[in-house]
Design a binder for this molecule. Structure first.
Ligand code: HEM
Length: 391
């Protein structure tokens, strides 16, 4: 039996955190991390229950293990992910109309065209870095469409997205702050413009509800949450999926034989990749788990990525890709109050991208041996992934 210890991951160490998770699930399911002073939960059931109990597991103090959470003080613009019920419930009810599966479906054609043109470019390029060609620009395009960013501003929007996502990581903080400033100015102007020229987008819908219900600051906060939450996560799912299908040719063959399996496969790929590997909460009262008492005020890191590989939930082959697996519950989008609002559109864009890759490059190979993983302790994703159009 190996040593059960939780060590935060970043960059290269994201390549394979899974043996560590497995040790923790088996030997120390409620683990106190001395260096940093927080707890790590690794089993499916524990993570699931904690996510669904926001009264005790609060999001108000940020979602990182950082004790003095230096989250930007956004005042009224406190993003929805940092709210607890009842404020959270109220705000979520107002905005959820903008995130229905129907809204996502309406984007099918646009997403398809975007993917098609990227695929055509890749055909010309031959082998390429699939992250920069498709897996990074696609989610940024989708978020920009949701927010009603005009096509003419999309190039600059992509640049900000990149800086903000990178800025979430300490070493590039100043570039991130600059981008936040630029985006704040941009959206303030966009909101003014949408007041006069409403479109079929989330911002226009929120403006229509009136400022007494949804303040401009809340709209700005939501725009940031979507930029930070909707980009690198989707990139993580797409990159991780390309690698898994390259390394499991028999599973890829099943998909090629029947592309209708894709929606089922996406759930399994979400489970296996778990782009958000963990997010933290702060305990509002003492909590007993596995014979230990976690004291009130503790930070508790919910191991979404570990729970998603738990053999207690997914059976003996929980570490294996099975594109036909019947999945009842997964943690990839969180659970309960904060369940990801972008889940439908994330599934949609990933299904379209995967299907078109399989149709156009049935023998593709995404080479994880030369890939680069992003720094940051919460999202597991590639920054570079060599893609060979045939193996
Ligand atoms: C594969 C892609 C994605 C993954 C894995 C993912 C994951 C997550 C997770 C785990 C949460 C819950 C946070 C928590 O537990 O505190 C969340 C919340 C959220 N996500 Fe996503 N997300 C993805 C894509 C998107 C996209 C594309 C959008 C926007 C278009 C989006 C918007 C949001 C928002 C607004 C919330 C906050 C919900 C709330 O606090 O009530 N996400 N996401």
């Amino acid at each position: 039996m190996g040593e059960s210890r939780y060590v935060p991951r970043s960059g290269e160490s994201w390549r394979n955190p899974y043996p560590m998770y497995s040790e923790l699930r088996n030997n120390s399911p409620a683990y106190f991390v001395e260096e940093g002073s927080y707890w790590f939960l690794s089993r499916f059931e524990d993570v699931f229950n904690a996510a669904r109990n926001p009264r005790i597991f609060s999001s108000r103090h940020g979602l990182t293990i950082d004790q003095d959470s230096n989250n930007l003080d956004m005042g009224d613009a406190a993003p929805i992910v940092f709210l607890d019920p009842p404020e959270h419930t109220e705000f979520r009810r107002l905005i959820s109309k903008g995130f229905t599966p129907r809204k996502a479906e309406d984007m099918t054609e646009d997403i398809f065209s975007f993917v098609e043109s990227a695929i055509n470019r890749i055909k010309e390029l031959g082998d390429c870095d699939i992250i920069s060609e498709l897996f990074k620009p696609l989610p940024s395009y989708v978020v920009s469409k949701y927010l009603g960013v005009p096509a003419s501003d999309r190039v600059i929007f992509d640049t900000w997205t990149e800086k903000i996502v990178a800025g979430a990581i300490h070493d590039e903080e100043s570039a991130g702050l600059e981008a936040i400033y630029e985006v704040t100015n941009y959206f303030t102007e966009l909101i003014e413009w949408r007041k006069r020229t409403p479109g079929d987008d989330l911002i226009s819908e929120l403006i229509e509800m009136g400022e007494e219900k949804v303040s401009i600051m809340w709209i700005l906060g939501l725009a940031f949450t979507m930029i930070t939450g909707g980009n690198d996560t989707t990139t993580g799912l797409l990159g991780g999926s390309a690698v898994l299908l390259s390394e499991n040719p028999e599973q890829r063959k099943l998909l090629l034989e029947d592309l209708r399996l894709i929606p089922t496969a996406i759930e399994e790929l979400l489970r296996m990749t778990s782009p958000v590997q963990g997010l933290s909460r702060v305990l509002m009262e003492d909590f007993k788990l596995h014979g230990k008492t976690i004291p009130s005020g503790s930070r508790v890191l919910l191991g979404y990525g570990s729970g998603n590989r738990d053999e207690r939930e997914f059976g003996k082959n929980s570490e294996k890709l099975d594109v036909q697996r019947k999945i009842k519950r997964i943690l990839s989008f969180g659970s309960g109050a904060h369940f990801c609002l972008g889940a439908s559109v994330a599934r949609l864009q990933s299904s379209i991208a995967l299907k078109e890759i399989l149709r156009n490059f049935p023998d593709f190979y995404a080479d994880d041996t030369s890939s680069v993983y992003a720094t940051g302790n919460y999202v597991r994703r590639h920054t570079h992934l060599a893609f060979h159009t045939s193996s």
